[in-house]
Design a protein around this ligand. Structure first.
Ligand SMILES: [Zn+2]
Length: 301
């Protein structure tokens, strides 16, 4: 008998290596330093798909980044505040952060980049003022997602569980656990208001197409993400890829792929598990109840 939880293969690792190899000059430099998501954040502004963006870069990466961004025709503004990661409720995620104004060595520089110098500097101002609606427009976030963000302040830094308003099923390309389970790059730079958000879905598709024009193997991202996603401090982050739906709210899980220690410890060596949902954030796994609002389960097909 195989244990129900197992580690996912790095599904697209070869495709990402090839993608990086196909990039040259400043684009290659950014992809090497900041990964595919970082490259995508810059490329979406360089191609005028959105007016501005922002990345956290380590102080020693900043000079190279500024040079590469300028070569791509972007204007940059280094933020006065810097960013320090603080531990999240789920160790694998990075949502919580502190803005600091001192010079502690572990702080990341915030670089705002835009299609003009005014827009880059303006984005920094707007963030300092905390005007999320205007910042969302500058960063190209859909209006519905900006409204969700503004209205979900009590959810804390990790808005993801608050976006899950039903068990689904949702489109697999919108599965937020794929990045943690398979190591695929984030295609979105915002919390979608729901995995069913159509404007966010369009952005994901456009960006997947953009990357696969450079390296066709990256198109495989669109086939990942199918399964019952589990996410939370007590369940870790996993994706049940083999399961049997017994009724509308009960699933028998046969295989869960996960890189999360919490998920592996929870499911241990058992060969199957049963999960029964009262709601996306309230469920029982083999009779043990999990009820907290910073977790969810949802189906992606
Ligand atoms: Zn939305």
């Amino acid at each position: 008998m195989q244990p129900v939880s197992s580690v996912a293969d790095d599904a697209c690792a070869d495709a990402y290596v090839r993608l990086r190899e196909r990039l040259h000059g400043p684009e290659r430099c950014i992809a090497d330093e900041l990964g595919i998501s970082g490259y995508l954040a810059v490329a979406t502004v360089a191609t005028r798909a959105r007016p501005a963006g922002r990345l956290a870069v380590s102080p020693d990466q900043a000079p190279q980044f500024l040079e590469a961004a300028a070569e791509l025709g972007l204007y940059c503004c280094i933020g006065r505040a810097r960013l320090v990661s603080v531990p999240d409720a789920i160790p694998e995620t990075r949502h919580a952060a502190l803005f600091v104004a001192d010079d502690r060595p572990d702080a990341m520089s915030l670089v705002y980049f835009g299609v003009s110098a005014d827009i880059a500097a303006g984005a920094e101002q707007v963030e300092l003022y905390g005007d999320h609606r205007l910042l969302g427009q500058l960063f190209g976030y859909p209006d519905c997602c900006v409204e969700f963000f503004v209205n979900s302040e009590t959810a804390g830094p990790d808005r993801l569980p608050a976006t899950i308003n039903s068990l689904g099923p949702f489109d697999r390309l919108m599965n937020p656990v794929s990045t943690y389970v398979y190591g695929v790059p984030n295609l979105l730079f915002h919390f979608p208001c729901s995995p069913g958000c159509r404007p966010s879905m369009m952005l994901s598709k456009q960006r997947s197409h953009f990357l696969s024009e450079i390296e066709p193997g990256v198109r495989a991202i669109e086939n990942l993400g199918t399964g019952l996603a589990l996410y939370g401090p007590e369940v870790g982050i996993g994706l049940a890829t083999e399961y049997e739906r017994q009724d509308t709210s009960t699933f028998r899980l046969h295989k869960i792929v996960s890189r999360s220690q919490t998920t592996h410890e929870l499911f241990g060596t058992r060969a199957e598990a049963t999960i029964r949902f009262d709601s996306p954030s309230v469920f029982e796994i083999d009779g043990r109840r999990f009820s907290r609002r910073d977790q969810f389960g949802a189906l992606f097909i």
